[in-house]
Write a protein of this length. Sequence first.
Length: 81
Amino acid sequence: YELEEGEMKKRRRLRHIVKPRQICMYLADFYTNLTLKEIGDYFGGHDHTSVMHSIKAVKNLMETDEDYQNEIVKLKVLTTQ
């Protein structure tokens, strides 16, 4: 997504940052044993409910948007290489 790590950690709600941050939160939950609070803290101090919302948003979009689902699958493949 061509973002600096620092941009992902800011609490800004710009569209070009929100989508990648939500995906990263989803992947952090998927691949780690971190708590939602720990994930939120890493991403600029978001609380656990923000992380829950991000995870749910990604899951919902994956169920309704095949292109989005394919994008997430590709990212999962890239993160396991």
